[in-house]
Design a protein around this ligand. Structure first.
Ligand code: PMP
Length: 289
């Protein structure tokens, strides 16, 4: 992720990653009480572009607000800082990780003081060309009565680690995680769609992180007249469908090979999902559909 020269943004300054220090007496380190984002920048014909910076930084501020974490940066300030960070590190295709964390305070009360760091590293997708083999996880998403699932909170990702590692230990690439009613929710770090008869289906909001990529898929479908429905469904309805994909900032659009060893039936190149995958690559690189 970093070398001796890598710069990060940390509390008002650009500093070398290797020299950055924080204290160990904080709620974020001990309790997972932090909020963060995952953003990507792309090399485009118009220079380096951060994809949907405004949407990501609005979500970061909203996550902090929901968690009662003090956070005063504006979206514009955050966007400007991120472009400067990319420039200072000479990055174009990159993954950007802003993190807001609380310290020093060990109590179980709202954060008194927050720190912002923005990290970035080179990122080229290797996932795209392949299809992933997926299993239904034995772990469920956290109950939305226990957590605020629309916030992107550090602690939520313990659930993601358990689900993803279980899948890998059993020889799969990724997990499909259900909600507490056993409806399909999402993957460990991406939203999910499946395709049947030329129509796309994706879980409605409730137990999912409503992704910015998911929203982009809706926009692409609207543009290309591909019907899409937000609804609750069981994994049985999805298994053996024509096609399915995960979508997220890091994953982009990645096709599923199978769910619980039951293959998706249509040739990927003949699906609407593939049309959306191609369109997404154009959108992020600022080319028209
Ligand atoms: N769900 C989860 C649990 C995630 O971690 C992510 C990645 N942030 C997503 C969905 C997709 O969100 P986005 O498209 O905004 O990256």
């Amino acid at each position: 992720y970093y070398n001796n020269e890598t710069l990060i943004y940390f509390n008002g300054k650009f500093v070398k990653a290797k020299d950055a220090q924080t204290d160990l007496y904080g709620q974020s380190l001990h309790y997972g009480y932090s909020v963060f984002e995952g953003i990507k920048s792309y090399k485009t014909d118009l220079g380096t572009k951060i994809f949907k910076a405004e949407e990501h930084y609005d979500r970061l501020r909203r996550s902090a607000e929901l968690m009662h974490i003090p956070f005063s940066y504006t979206t514009q300030e955050l966007t400007d800082l991120t472009y400067e960070l990319l420039e200072r590190n000479r990055l174009d295709d990159a993954y950007i990780r802003p993190l807001v964390f609380c310290s020093p305070n060990m109590g179980l009360t709202k954060g008194k003081e927050s720190y912002l760091t923005i990290l970035a590293w080179e990122w080229n997708n290797g996932y795209l060309s392949g299809r992933v083999r997926v299993m239904t996880s034995s772990f469920q998403r956290p109950n939305p009565q226990a957590f605020l699932m629309e916030a992107k909170v550090g602690g939520h990702y313990v659930n993601s680690i358990l689900a993803s590692q279980e899948a890998k230990d059993k020889g799969y690439d990724e997990a499909l995680v259900l909600d507490e009613k056993e409806n399909v929710a999402e993957s460990s770090g991406a939203n999910v769609f499946y395709e049947k008869g030329g129509v796309l289906f994706t879980p409605a909001k409730g137990s999912i992180l409503p992704g910015i990529t998911r929203q982009t898929v809706f926009e692409i479908c609207n543009e290309l007249n591909i019907p899409v429905k937000e609804t609750f469904f069981k994994p049985e309805e999805m298994r053996g469908a024509d096609a399915a994909f995960f979508c997220g900032t890091a994953a982009e659009i990645v096709g599923l090979d199978s769910l619980d060893d039951i293959p998706f039936t249509k040739n990927w190149d003949d699906t609407k999902s593939k049309v959306i995958q191609d369109a997404y690559q154009k959108v992020v690189r600022v080319r028209s559909l």
